[in-house]
Design a protein around this ligand. Structure first.
Ligand code: NAP
Length: 448
């Protein structure tokens, strides 16, 4: 039996932390990565035709030494995020530049500057080793991992760590990401695994769930009040699906936008009463590449008012160029547009008169600090927020999994099995699972 197989076997048999700590770590492990000698492979290819199956390789890579504040985690399951799509299509930039910059920062940072980039920013697994400075975690702990990689020696990290000068996203701006059998992370990325979820259900949340928590709930971004209405683009997508849940939990009124009747039905089943099918409505916010159509913004505004009888106080904005002008227009006087992304293009255009005359605010948001990620994880542990897992792929098919997200064919979250031998393992508290409700936890699986 290989060392990695022995580790997986021991975890599945419920081995103790001492037993896991005594097992030898392998010198190399299986991981999904892009290569720096392939960053020009897409020359002349349109974005939508770039196929992550060609650029994402799965093979053995050496296991690095860990720093005193780090841990080695056996990854039972991981998930695809949009950032893995960006890395695999080398847009808007190849991510090797991030690794080079990190490489110059310190001796430990230098480990990340490699000719391959192991991707992935979400995981559930088991701690195998901890560095000498780690206090709160030990081998055997079952964890999920958030992706905020922060240097706590940087003073700018001590107000809100998302403001840290060298804040990075693990597995996107750092190496040794989660789409692998093992991963190396800072101890302050670890959080307890929700006991009632399977490995793959537990693995799919942290990045999107924490992002949406900050955007909707946190005083650093949305700070939503009870009764406020929120327009949520991509409301059954990765971040949108968690946003809907936070708006409902906080006593707000979500207006979810999706692009198919199946997605609209899913939203209704989540308890989101007000739904707009943007494909059915056929909004055309841009007349051509350079000109927007204000009458189409007005049509969206009217459709929202017809549903909820008022304008939305907040917009959950991430499609970017395609929707931003409309988002600014439909926001109520003194409302806010919370933005964390620009999937359809980052050169944004909106009519500034609608912003300043009605005292609206555009608020930027990016991932979440440890406290926010912890609270978002706690909501999962408490069963008040549900995972959005729709489909699961094996690690060897990471490229195919990323392609479904790239093509907007995936619902909610797409999982990836790493060391977990099959789906359905890892539930430690079946009674609480029953209490929360199998149908609620697995709602998105019917779309897989
Ligand atoms: P996702 O799972 O693919 O969901 C995105 C949703 O957006 C889709 O389901 C789609 O829904 C909708 N959409 C796509 N193109 C659109 C368009 N042109 N107009 C209107 N709606 C459109 O992706 P995700 O994980 O939610 O991520 C969304 C974006 O946020 C990505 O760019 C990602 O990189 C970014 N992100 C940023 C952070 C951060 O911390 N800054 C964190 C997470 C994600 P319908 O087709 O059903 O309308």
């Amino acid at each position: 039996m290989t060392e990695i197989a022995a580790i997986a076997d021991a975890i599945n048999q419920g081995a103790s932390g001492e037993d896991l700590a005594a097992l030898p770590l392998p010198e190399a492990y299986r991981a999904a990565f892009v290569k720096d000698d392939e960053v020009d492979m897409w020359e002349g290819v349109a974005s939508e035709d770039k196929d992550p199956r060609k650029s994402l390789h799965v093979d053995d890579v050496p296991l690095p030494e860990i720093a005193p504040d780090e841990a080695v985690v056996a990854v039972m399951a991981s998930a695809i995020n949009f950032n893995t799509v960006w890395t695999s299509i080398f847009e808007p930039l190849p991510t090797f530049g991030f690794l080079k910059r990190l490489g110059k920062e310190s001796v430990w940072g230098a480990r990340h500057d490699l000719p391959y980039h192991i991707v992935g920013s979400d995981a559930a697994g088991v701690v195998l080793r901890t560095g000498s400075a780690v206090r709160n975690w030990k081998p055997g702990d079952r964890v999920t991992i958030h992706c905020n990689h922060v240097d706590d020696q940087d003073p700018t990290a001590h107000d809100d760590s998302m403001l840290a000068a060298n804040q990075r996203i693990w597995g996107f701006e750092t190496n040794f990401g989660s789409l692998a059998d093992l991963t190396v992370v800072k101890a302050n990325q670890l959080m307890p695994k929700p006991k009632h979820l399977t490995w793959e259900e537990a693995a799919c949340n942290a990045l999107c769930n924490s992002t949406s928590y900050r955007m909707i709930v946190s005083q650093h971004a949305g700070d939503m009040k009870q009764g406020e209405a929120v327009l949520i683009w991509g409301a059954t997508g990765g971040i949108g699906g968690y946003a809907v849940q936070y708006v409902l939990n906080g006593g707000g009124v979500p207006v979810g936008v999706v692009s198919s009747p199946e997605r609209a039905e899913l939203l209704h089943d989540m308890g989101c009463e007000h739904v707009i099918d943007r494909r059915e409505k056929g909004y055309k916010f841009w007349k051509d590449e350079h000109t927007q159509d204000e009458s189409e913004w007005r049509r969206l505004g009217k459709d929202i008012r017809a549903l909820i009888g008022k304008d939305v106080e907040m917009v959950f904005e991430h499609p970017g160029r395609q929707t931003f002008g409309a988002s600014v227009f439909v926001t109520a006087r003194a409302g806010r547009i919370i933005t964390c992304a620009a999937t359809s293009g980052y050169m944004i255009e909106y009519d500034n008169r609608h912003l300043w005359m009605k005292l609206k605010r555009i608020v930027s948001s990016h991932f979440a600090n440890y406290a926010e990620a912890w609270r978002a994880n706690q909501a999962l542990c408490d069963g008040t927020v549900q995972p959005l897992l729709s489909k699961v792929y094996p690690l060897e098919e990471t490229g195919a999994a990323a392609l479904t997200v790239h093509k907007n064919e995936a619902e909610g979250k797409v999982g990836v099995l790493c060391l977990a031998a099959e789906e359905g393992l890892g539930i430690d508290d079946p009674e609480f699972r029953e209490q929360v409700g199998e149908d609620k936890i697995t709602l998105f699986r019917r779309m897989g």
